[in-house]
Design a protein around this ligand. Structure first.
Ligand code: C5P
Length: 403
């Protein structure tokens, strides 16, 4: 399951004004049923009371190496043995410097020095402190030790300055955390994914489109990133925020999507076309709003380019092409037909009439049709479905390299 349920996270909170945001992150982790143990530095306690974190985590907060009975001191140092990952958020310049130099002068730095589990550091500080060569050197040093960093965001900082150094959004840290618990089996591959609908203008106010939400394509992008791929996501107009750590290209029409895909397809090892591209577009887009004075109007539509078929026609050996087919009847036959006609390796077929498998829902139930077999998956979340599609892509790649 690509989520944080049951994962044991050691949350290290250090003395930045952003410490209050860590309380919110803790809430999100607890909501996902992660088991969180909190370690605070002395400076962090100046910003937020340990009581807040113990109330939210349901257990007492660890603060000082020497505040318990002597026989518990070693237990403190070994806290990381009972965790799957350490998340330091917010991480101050001071804590980063401590860790970079192997200091063990407070509980958190001691626990991290003694840890053999992944460590994620989420810096939050004044932008000059962040860009200072000393801090940048320390970050590089920690990266060379294998520590993971979550890029701080940009914007207005608590000190009043504008620049880099804001604690990242939770979503960004969550993706890094999730990637630790995933196989890195797409590492070294570039995947190009299309998502969402396209819009074809009729006049300056109106357009033709469809009900695609883009959720399936975005789930594919997030899961591929977590599994180590470089991801290019070409998205039509959707109400979703770009997944962190990917290259997002926003387009409106089928023709724009085609150009964006063709410009980038040569770099891709896998192309997954989950977008619901409009099959037709108005022959002309009126310069001015079409008036309703008339009894009725005739619309002339012409065919849009079939991007997937075009990619299928100019196949490069080794590149896997995946298409989607949203069908309301004859699913399997339609999937087989499109697999052949578009010359692709895999068709993902789903029933758009199903209540849990159609548009704008969080779940999907698909059949994966390749040249050898048809595999019907159970009803799954879109992220789980996406992971099963990646598993299938990896299987097809290993079969084709063995052939
Ligand atoms: O033929 P049909 O539209 O049902 O095929 C669906 C698949 O083809 C999807 O993968 C979709 O992204 C792709 N497609 C395309 N260009 C179009 C229409 C569909 O790439 N103009």
């Amino acid at each position: 399951m690509p989520d944080l349920r049951g994962k044991r996270i050691l949350l290290g909170v250090t003395g930045s004004i952003a410490a209050y945001k860590a309380a919110d992150w803790l809430r999100s982790l607890v909501k996902e049923e992660a088991r969180v143990t909190v370690v605070m530095t002395e400076a962090a306690e100046r910003f937020v009371s340990p009581l807040t974190f113990s109330a939210l985590s349901g257990q007492s907060v660890y603060r000082d190496m020497f505040d318990e009975a002597p026989d518990r001191i070693m237990a403190h140092i070994n806290l990381s043995r009972e965790a799957d990952a350490i998340l330091v958020a917010p991480a101050t310049a001071q804590t980063i410097a401590r860790l970079a130099h192997g200091m063990a002068d407070n509980l958190l730095s001691t626990v991290i020095l003694a840890a053999r589990i992944p460590v994620i550091i989420c810096p939050a500080m004044n932008s000059f402190m962040l860009s200072h060569p000393a801090t940048q050197d320390n970050i590089r040093r920690l990266e060379s030790f294998g520590y993971h960093f979550v890029q701080p965001g940009s914007g207005e900082l608590a000190c009043g300055e504008i620049g880099d150094g804001r604690l990242s959004d939770w979503d960004v840290a969550r993706e890094t955390l999730l990637s630790l618990f995933q196989p890195n089996d797409l590492k070294g591959q570039t995947v190009l994914i299309t998502a969402g609908p396209t819009r074809e203008a009729l006049d300056p106010a109106r357009f033709l489109t469809n009900r695609s939400s883009g959720k399936m394509g975005f789930a594919l992008a997030r899961t591929a990133r977590r599994r180590g791929a470089e991801v290019i996501l070409v998205a039509g107009p959707v109400q979703l925020s770009d997944p962190p750590g990917i290259e997002a290209v926003h387009v409106t029409t089928a023709e724009e999507m085609r150009r964006a895909v063709m410009d980038r397809a040569t770099t891709a090892d896998v192309v997954v076309k989950s977008a619901a591209v409009a099959d037709f577009r108005p022959l002309v887009c009126a310069d001015h709003k079409i008036k309703k004075g008339q009894q009725g109007i005739q619309l002339d539509l012409i065919k849009n380019p079939d991007i997937l078929a075009e990619l299928g026609a100019m196949r490069t050996h080794g590149r896997i092409l995946v298409g989607f087919a949203a069908e309301s009847r004859d699913h399997a036959d339609e999937g087989q037909r499109k697999l052949r006609e578009k010359n692709v390796d895999l068709m993902v077929v789903n029933d758009i009439l199903g209540a849990s498998t159609g548009f704008d829902v969080e779940t999907n139930q698909v059949t994966l049709i390749d040249r050898r077999e048809a595999l019907t998956l159970p009803l799954l979340s879109k992220e789980e479905t996406a992971d099963r599609i990646w598993d299938k892509v990896l299987q097809l790649q290993s079969e084709s390299s063995a052939a």
